[in-house]
Design a protein around this ligand. Structure first.
Ligand SMILES: [Zn+2]
Length: 476
C-alpha cells in the first residue's frame, strides 16, 4: 500500500512539478530576457558609433513592423547570442538549415589537415560560417608559388608558417570562434590525440600516406572524414566513415603505384580547381556538423574543369573484407600507432621533394662545376630531359630538350650533337639536366646502358643552378 500510496499521490505530485516547472521556465525566460537586454545595452555603450551602426538603427526605426526588442528576446529559444543571430542571419533564414543547423554548427568542432590549396577555401568558409572550434594542422611555410591557389595566405606571410597565416585570416573573418593551431606534421604519433578532439575531420593533404593515415585514424576514432583531392584540371570529393559508410581503404585497399609520385617533374594545378574542391569539402563538413542534408557518403564527386563536367558516381559500401573497418578487422589504436604509412604506400609523408641518389660520384657533377666547364670552353652537349612544357618555362642556353619519356627515340639526335661539338677530336662531354636532379640520374643510367659511358648528371638540376650559380635564373 505504501508503494501504491506513493503512486496514489502521483497525480498531485505531477501537478505540483508541472506548476513548479512552469514557474521556473517563466523565471528563466525573464532572466534570459534581462541578460539579452543588458548585453544589448553593453554593446551600445562599448561600440563606437559608426556609419553602419547609424544605418542599422535607422533600419530598426523605419521598419514599423518590427516588434519591440524586448518582445523578440522574450521568445528566444536557442543558444545564439543577438550578435550571432545578426551575423548568421542568412543561415537562419534558410528553412532547411535555420536556427537548429546554426546552433549545431556553433557547438561543433572541425579539424582541417593541410592549409594549402584545398585547406585555404575550406578554412575560409568554415571560419566564416561559425564552426565553434576550428583546428588547423600544417607544418609548411608560405611560399610565393603557393599564392595562385592557397588564397587564405597573403604575400605578407611569405616565409612564415602556414598555420599562423591561416589562423590569422580566420580570426580576422570571425573573432567569435576558437581557432587551434597545430604547427606540426601529422604523424601516427600525434594523430590520435589531435583528431580525437574534433567532431569532423577534413583531409586537405596531397599525398598517399597522409590519406591512408587520416582515414585509418578516423576509423579507429569513429570520426566522419571529408576527403578531397585536386590535381591538374581535375578534382574529386567523398565522405568516408560516415554512418556505416565505407572508409578510404574499403575503396582503395592497396596504394597506387608510386613511380609517378617521385618524379621531379611535378604536376601542375590550375588554382581554382582545389578552390572548388575545398569549398565543396567545407560544404560537406558543414552539412555533417550542422546535421542537415545528405552527406556525400557512398558516392564520389568527380570534377573535370576543362569540360566543365561534374559527375557523381556511386561507390561501393563498407567492405566486410576491409583491413581497418571490415567485420573481422581488429585494427586498434595501438596498431595504428605502429603502422608505417610511408612503407605501405612507398611514398614520403613529407611534401618535400625526394632526392634520389642513383649514380656513382664520378657520373655526377655539381652545377658550379658545370659552370666552370662552360667558362673553360669545354666542348660538350647538354641534354635537358624535362617534359617539353617545362622546357618552355625556362632552360639553359644551348641545351637540347629530349624528355626522359622519349630518350631512346632521341639517341640519334644526341649522337649527332656530340659529333658536331667534337672540335678537338677527343670527344665532347655529355651532361644531363632536369628540374631537381632525379630524372637526370635516371636518364644517365639509361644513356650509359646505351653506350654513352661518359654521360654525367648535374646534381640538383636547374634548381641548384638557380641556387648556386645564377640567382636570377627563374625557379618554378
Ligand atoms: Zn574500410
Amino acid at each position: 500500500m505504501e508503494t501504491n500510496g506513493g503512486g496514489g499521490g502521483s497525480a498531485a505530485d505531477v501537478s505540483r512539478i508541472l506548476s513548479e516547472l512552469e514557474t521556473l521556465k517563466t523565471a528563466k525566460n525573464d532572466i534570459e530576457c534581462r541578460i539579452s537586454a543588458l548585453e544589448a545595452q553593453l554593446r551600445d555603450l562599448t561600440t563606437t558609433t559608426t556609419k553602419k551602426d547609424i544605418e542599422d538603427k535607422n533600419d530598426t526605426v523605419s521598419n514599423g513592423s518590427c516588434p519591440l526588442i524586448s518582445a523578440v528576446h522574450s521568445n528566444i529559444n536557442h543558444d545564439l547570442s543577438p550578435d550571432s543571430v545578426y551575423r548568421y542571419s542568412r543561415h537562419l533564414l534558410l528553412p532547411s538549415f535555420g536556427v537548429q543547423g546554426q546552433s549545431n554548427l556553433v557547438k561543433s568542432s572541425i579539424l582541417v589537415i593541410g592549409a594549402g590549396g584545398l585547406g585555404s577555401p575550406a578554412l575560409l568558409y568554415l571560419a566564416a560560417c561559425g564552426v565553434g572550434r576550428l583546428g588547423i594542422v600544417d607544418h609548411d611555410v608560405v611560399e610565393l608559388n603557393n599564392m595562385h591557389r592557397q588564397v587564405i595566405h597573403t604575400e605578407a606571410y611569405i616565409g612564415q608558417p602556414k598555420v599562423k597565416s591561416a589562423a590569422a585570416t580566420c580570426r580576422s573573418i570571425n573573432s567569435t570562434i576558437q581557432i587551434v593551431e597545430y604547427q606540426e606534421a601529422l604523424r601516427t604519433s600525434n594523430a590520435l590525440e589531435i583528431l580525437s578532439r574534433y567532431d569532423v575531420v577534413v583531409d586537405a593533404t596531397d599525398n598517399a600516406p597522409s590519406r591512408y593515415m587520416i582515414s585509418d585514424c578516423c576509423v579507429v576514432l569513429g570520426k566522419p572524414l571529408v576527403s578531397g583531392a585536386a590535381l591538374g584540371l581535375e578534382g574529386q570529393l567523398a565522405v568516408y566513415n560516415y554512418n556505416g559508410g565505407p572508409c578510404y581503404r574499403c575503396l582503395f585497399p592497396t596504394p597506387p603505384p608510386t613511380s609517378a609520385c617521385q618524379r621531379c617533374s611535378d604536376s601542375g594545378v590550375l588554382g581554382v580547381v582545389p578552390g572548388i574542391i575545398g569549398c565543396l569539402q567545407a560544404l560537406e563538413a558543414i552539412k555533417i556538423a550542422g546535421a542537415v542534408g545528405e552527406p556525400l557518403s557512398g558516392r564520389m564527386l568527380l570534377f573535370d574543369a576543362l569540360s566543365a563536367r561534374i559527375r557523381i558516381v556511386k561507390i561501393r559500401g563498407r567492405s566486410s573484407q576491409c583491413e581497418v573497418c571490415g567485420e573481422n578487422s581488429a585494427f586498434t589504436q595501438q596498431q595504428f600507432k605502429n603502422f608505417d604509412y610511408e612503407k605501405f604506400t612507398q611514398a614520403p609523408l613529407s611534401t618535400l621533394p625526394v632526392k634520389l641518389n642513383l649514380l656513382p660520384e664520378d657520373s655526377r657533377i655539381s652545377s658550379k662545376e658545370y659552370k666552370e666547364k662552360i667558362d673553360n670552353g669545354e666542348s660538350h652537349v647538354l641534354v635537358d630531359v624535362r617534359p617539353a612544357h617545362h622546357f618552355k618555362i625556362v632552360s639553359l642556353p644551348n641545351s637540347i630538350n629530349i624528355p626522359l619519356a622519349s630518350l631512346e627515340v632521341g639517341l640519334p639526335e644526341i649522337s649527332k650533337a656530340l659529333k658536331e661539338e667534337d672540335n678537338s677530336g677527343s670527344g665532347a662531354s655529355l651532361y644531363v639536366v632536369c628540374r631537381r636532379g632525379n630524372d637526370s640520374q635516371r636518364a644517365v643510367q639509361c644513356l650509359q646502358k646505351m653506350g654513352f659511358d661518359s654521360a654525367k648528371d648535374i646534381i640538383g638540376g636547374l634548381e641548384s643552378w638557380g641556387h648556386d650559380v645564377d640567382p636570377n635564373f627563374p625557379t618554378y
